[in-house]
Design a protein around this ligand. Sequence first.
Ligand SMILES: Nc1ncnc2c1ncn2[C@@H]1O[C@H](COP(=O)(O)OP(=O)(O)OP(=O)(O)O)[C@@H](O)[C@H]1O
Length: 309
Amino acid sequence: MPVLEVQNLRKSFGDVRAVESISFSVEPGEIFTIIGPNGAGKTTTLEMIEGLQPPDAGSIKFGDKSWDKDAEQIKYNIGVQPQSSAIFDLLTVEENLELFATFYPQSRSAAEVMEMINLTDQRNRHVKKLSGGQQQRLAIGLAMVNDPQIIFLDEPTTGLDPQARRNIWDIILKLKTLGKTTILTTHYMEEAEKLSDRVCIVDQGKIVALDTPSALIDSLTKEREVRLSFLDGSAAAVAAEDAARAHHSVARTHLEGEVLQLWTTKPEETLYELFGFTKDRGYRVEQISIRELSLEDVFIAFTGKEWRD
Ligand SMILES: Nc1ncnc2c1ncn2[C@@H]1O[C@H](COP(=O)(O)OP(=O)(O)OP(=O)(O)O)[C@@H](O)[C@H]1O
C-alpha cells in the first residue's frame, strides 16, 4: 500500500494556475523526487500535501488517513523541512532540537538526531555561527525530531557547495536505510539521479514525466542530437527543417539562423534522407555533428526549458 497517494491536486492563485492536475503515489521507503523549472508548482504541491495550504481540488491520502479526519496523526507521522526554515538563530543546535521536541508527544533525543545529521561537535554553537550546510543539516534534523515515517525536503541543497551537498545526500541515504520515505524537490539533476528511486518532472503545474531515473534517461538516450550548419544561410536551414520533420524518426527540431538541430532515433537514416534533399536543392552543408543525449537533455525534452543549476 502506498504511504502517500495524491490525486488530481489543483491550486490557483488568482489567475495563476500553480498546480493543474497532479496525481502520484509514493511507496514506503522510496526517495521520490520532484524536479521542474522555476514556478513549476513544486513547492505549492508539497505545501498542499504537508497540510500547509488547502488544495482547490483533489485528494491527499497518507495510507488510509486524510487531513480532514486525521490531521493530528498525519502531523506526528510526517517531518517537514521547508525552503525557509524556522530555526531560532540565537539558540544553539541542541536547544533548537530540544525545543522542537516539545511540540510532539514522542520524539527522538537531541543527541540521537545530532549524531544522524553529524552536528554533535557543534551542539553548543549558536545557529547564526553555523555554515550554510550545517544550518541546512539542522533544518533536516528538526524535520526528523518526531521520528516521522515520511520526510519532505524542499530544495535541501540549494546554494550549497558540492561537499555540503554530498553531506546532505548522506543523511537522505541514511534515512532510506532506516526505512523512511523521503519526498524531495531539487534543482540539481545529478542529485535527482543519484538519490531518487523515482523522479517526477513537473512543468506548469502538470507532471510531464514520472519514472526511475534510468528509465527516463533510456527513454531519450535512444535519440541522438544531429546538428547541421548550412553554407547557404537560414533559407536552406528552414527548408531542411521541413524535410526533416517529414521523417518519422525525427522527434523534434530547432532552428537558429543557418544551424538546424534535430533529434532522431535513426541518425543514419535521417541524414541519408536529408542529404538526398540538400543535394537535390543544391544546398551545401558546412558542418555536421551527432551527439548522445545527456540527462540534462531529458529535462529539456520534457519541459522545453533550459536547465539551471
Ligand atoms: N501565495 C502565492 N500567491 C500567488 N502566487 C503564488 C503563490 N505561491 C506560488 N505562486 C505562484 O504559483 C506558481 C508555482 O509556484 P511554486 O512556488 O509552487 O513553484 P516552484 O516549482 O516551487 O518554483 P521554485 O523552483 O522557484 O521554488 C508560480 O507562478 C508562483 O508565482
